[in-house]
Ligand binder design. Sequence first.
Ligand SMILES: Cc1cc2nc3c(=O)[nH]c(=O)nc-3n(C[C@H](O)[C@H](O)[C@H](O)COP(=O)(O)O)c2cc1C
Length: 359
Amino acid sequence: MLKNQVMKLFGIEYPIIQAPMAGGVTTSRLVAAVSNSGGLGMIGAGYLSPEQLREQVKEVRQLTSGYFGVNLFVPNEYRVKEKEVQAALERLHPVRSQLKIQSAEPVLPVYEKDLAIFHEQIQVVIDDKVPVCSFTFGIPSEEVIRALKEQNTILIGTATTVKEAIEVEKRGMDMVVVQGSEAGGHRGDFMEGSNESLIGLMSLIPQTVDSVGIPVIAAGGIMDGRGLMACVCLGAKAVQMGTAFLTCIESGAHPEHKAAILKSTEDKVVLTRAFSGKWARGIQNQFIAGMRGDENTLPEFPVQNALTQVIRKTAAAQNNPEYMSLWSGQSPRLAKSVTVEELIKDIMDEAKTILTAVQ
Ligand SMILES: Cc1cc2nc3c(=O)[nH]c(=O)nc-3n(C[C@H](O)[C@H](O)[C@H](O)COP(=O)(O)O)c2cc1C
């Protein structure tokens, strides 16, 4: 059922990709469980050091002989603006006091360093012959693409508009993930403004399918067999699901994060720049509400991300969801606390029921 070239290329039984989720969600156990259950597991490596990435690739290989992939953040040049940083630090001060944070002010990121780390991460993907590599926040350089292609790595770009998907194809990616406005976590836009790039998946899939030759993978709000079949009907060759896998038993998400999604509703899931300086979708909490008025003047990613790191870490250690980034897509009512195997089985059972009913 639903066989296509993407599944053949990945050597997977079902058209299901577990979204890479940087920040500790995509444990080796989660990634391997997905690959062992007929889907494609992805390591969210955006925040991993090259050493950590090498270690996780080794660990995943010990747990599965199936295909899996690595996802990286393409670094975009940024500047640390002293005045902006000072204003943001002042803004964050009451939160630090409330959480009783006494550590020194955060170390600020440096673009050149980020770029060097990115190239080291790429080297790990090449050295360890990782079969699939996906990117978000942009498209890597020609040299990076060439080096990965020499290893026959399957390359996936992320797009939030048709224009971006066309660019992803033009620059030599093998497939494109279209990220609808429903999607949890950071927006992957890199051409238009973030506001202009908030396109619903229902519009994004068919218009992209009509405009590119490479396979289209759908992401955003997909949680079950209904979502999967809808995306397939619109022309997607596979789906990439984040929130649905985040609440699985094998995921490394904080228990408070999982609990927040399991009791949330679609109207509580909002877009915010407050945590990282980049627009991202998550469950509304006190931190987001408190920063609302300053949202547009905060430093850009990853500067704001560095400024809030200690707040997010402390809140997690204190089991306080009000100051953690509770990333979630717009379908939290459909989230379940199950194993990966159960989730994938349920999705495919539903898909089969739908197919039979339509026939
Ligand atoms: C907690 C979390 C972290 C995420 N981190 C990444 C990431 O590191 N790289 C990436 O390409 N996408 C990331 N995403 C976005 C997903 O790839 C995908 O677009 C999104 O999960 C789809 O929406 P859904 O959560 O409703 O399934 C993340 C999403 C979530 C929920």
